[in-house]
Write a protein that binds this ligand. Structure first.
Ligand SMILES: Cc1cc2c(cc1C)N(C[C@H](O)[C@H](O)[C@H](O)COP(=O)(O)O)c1[nH]c(=O)[nH]c(=O)c1N2
Length: 231
């Protein structure tokens, strides 16, 4: 085996983190996360790829109960409005979903995107201006996977008004609060997405995403399709 290949065990660990990562809202324990563990998570986030190596992220850690409560209030307002998008049984089902763990989790983390970092000309960002936001999402995903490997749950709360969230967190004008995350050890990681268990929405079949749509109907690789079914 050459040095650039992972061992079977290392590869299995990576795929396990990918497949067993969950968005956590309901299972948080109050146990604190040790500084050295949190440092590993932040380092994983900071090693994400970024357009032109822009590294547009900052990490705003929130321990304060007052700030958490202020964010929770933003969530309550935005969630009440979102519930209005549904009617009848779907509305009742929406209201039963738990969609945040802001106060239950021991620590909250906002990963922000500084849209001016690196000056006016960032390599690779001339035509696709949102690539700074995409880069920050990759930092979120790195942290989310590393957290799973550490046995720590992460829940992303986007049901908040971003301008109001930026105000609560006292962010500068050019800094966007991309991901408000709740972090903590958990009683369990659910075997499937909580939305799937609640009957809200299921995972789409991968095969369908390769050749099931008219606009991507040109893929016709039987061996690949068979491998996907067996994977
Ligand atoms: C950008 C973004 C924003 C949100 C989410 C995710 C992402 C990527 N998710 C979590 C989402 O519901 C979850 O990822 C899917 O349901 C799939 O479940 P697993 O993450 O596989 O457990 C999420 N969940 C939640 O309870 N409240 C929320 O506001 C959000 N917002």
């Amino acid at each position: 085996m050459s040095d650039h290949q992972f061992s079977d065990e290392q590869r299995a660990g990576l795929y396990r983190a990918i497949h067993e990562r969950r968005d956590v809202r309901s299972q948080f324990l109050p146990d604190p996360i040790a500084p050295e563990v949190l440092a590993r998570l932040l380092k994983a986030a900071h090693h994400a790829p970024s357009v032109g190596f822009m590294q547009p992220w900052d990490f705003v850690l929130i321990n304060s109960v007052e700030v958490k409560r202020a964010v929770k209030a933003l969530y309550e307002a935005a969630n009440a409005e979102a519930a209005g998008n549904y009617s009848d049984e779907r509305a009742a089902q929406y209201r039963r979903l738990k969609l945040e763990g802001i106060v239950d989790s021991p620590i909250n983390l906002c990963i922000t995107c500084d849209r001016q970092r690196g000056g006016p000309h960032v390599l690779g960002r001339n035509t696709m201006l949102d690539t700074d936001l995409f880069s920050t999402c990759l930092a979120v995903q790195n942290l989310w996977l590393a957290a799973r490997a550490e046995g720590i749950g992460v829940g992303w709360v986007s049901i908040v008004d971003p301008a109001q969230l930026a105000k609560v967190l006292e962010l500068p004008e050019q800094v966007y609060p991309l991901a408000y995350l709740c972090l903590g050890y958990v009683s369990e990681f659910l075997p499937k997405p909580e939305l799937e268990i609640a009957g809200w929405r299921s995972r789409l079949p991968l095969e369908q995403l390769l050749h099931g749509n008219t606009w991507s109907g040109h893929v016709n690789d039987d061996a690949l399709m068979a491998a996907i079914r067996d994977a």
